[in-house]
Write a protein that binds this ligand. Structure first.
Ligand code: AMP
Length: 305
């Protein structure tokens, strides 16, 4: 099964306490599509300007990502710039230039409308809904979001939640959205708003997965050196969606989601080891499998009699 990914495609400028790099390949859809491509074929919907480097297009194509839904239009590509504080967790957005993204309307080629697994990566919830309007009954729909939409488009986000199977968001967004300090209450509350499953990401502390009376806590792979956390959440969502498309076998339930969350976490842990998507460029299936096994080993404990 393939995954349809829609979201932003950007040229990012990222500053950490030790390094700064400009005009890197970024955007929620870039990370998510490449993350998913390690497990399944991907169909990408997004927009770039005429300044978008051909080498990035060649890279995405080389990852078996179908670019039939990529619009390249006159104007400049969306640009985002952020700076990380010394804890490599706190981030400030320094600038946003919407450029061609300002008038983006995601339009699905006919070959995309029956995609079984859909990942609505971070864009305005009204655009995420517009994608679903064009589709015939996807099997599993995942949506990501961010603080901006909770602040300025809450109604659109609530409408979208009625139509998705799973929402992914981070801990501060879950608290902001539900006004609950407890993430356990927040996860349960979001489930009452529509999605059957909710994943709350906690950065370097892993992720919580909520289902119908079911709960799974997944740690994060312990890394000593993080070079660029940008896109970790998108890579997580992409890996999760790609894994579900590849292994869902027609039925996607809590047990498939538990594995998908672990594979998403494995991919995100690689992504933060270098700027932009650099680490994913050299990543192999053997690397993924080795880290998955290591993850499994460190998550187990014996029940004492
Ligand atoms: P994350 O680190 O998961 O928050 O994702 C960072 C990526 O999101 C960067 O590559 C940005 O280009 C992209 N991004 C930042 N702001 C927005 C926005 N308002 N809409 C869509 N994508 C964005």
């Amino acid at each position: 099964m393939s995954v349809l990914v829609v979201g932003s495609i950007a040229l990012d400028t990222v500053k950490t306490p030790v390094e700064e790099h400009a005009d890197l390949l970024g955007g929620s859809a870039s990370y998510a599509a490449v993350g998913a491509s390690f497990f399944s074929p991907v169909k990408l919907v997004g927009i770039v300007g005429e300044d978008f480097p051909n080498e990035h297009i060649a890279y995405l194509k080389g990852r078996n990502i179908d670019l039939g839904g990529l619009q390249q239009v006159p104007g400049k590509t969306f640009r985002w710039s952020g700076e990380y504080m010394w804890d490599m967790n706190t981030r400030e957005t320094r600038s946003v230039e919407l450029n061609v993204f300002e008038h983006f309307t995601p339009t699905l080629p006919s070959a995309y409308v029956e995609s079984p697994v859909v990942l609505l990566a971070n864009i305005a919830p009204s655009l995420q809904s517009h994608v679903l309007d064009q589709m015939s009954r996807p099997q599993f729909v995942i949506a990501d979001t961010m603080d901006l939409w909770i602040n300025i488009a809450r109604g659109d986000l609530e409408a979208l939640l009625q139509r998705v199977d799973m929402l992914i968001l981070n801990d501060s967004e879950a608290r902001q959205f539900t006004q609950e300090t407890s993430l356990i209450k927040a996860g349960a509350k979001i489930r009452t708003m529509g999605p059957k499953y909710v994943a709350i990401k906690k950065g370097e502390h892993g992720c919580l997965l909520f289902g119908d009376g079911e709960f799974f806590s997944c740690g994060a792979y312990p890394l000593e050196d993080i070079h660029d956390p940008t896109g970790a959440g998108d890579t997580f969502a992409g890996g999760l969606a790609g894994y579900l498309a590849a292994r869902g076998n027609g039925s996607i339930g809590f047990s498939q989601l538990r594995h998908a969350v672990v594979f998403g976490s494995v991919l995100a842990s690689f992504n933060v080891e270098a700027f932009s998507l650099e680490r994913l460029r050299s990543l192999t299936q053997m690397d993924i499998e080795a880290r998955y096994q290591a993850f499994h080993k460190m998550s187990q404990f014996e029940v004492l009699g």
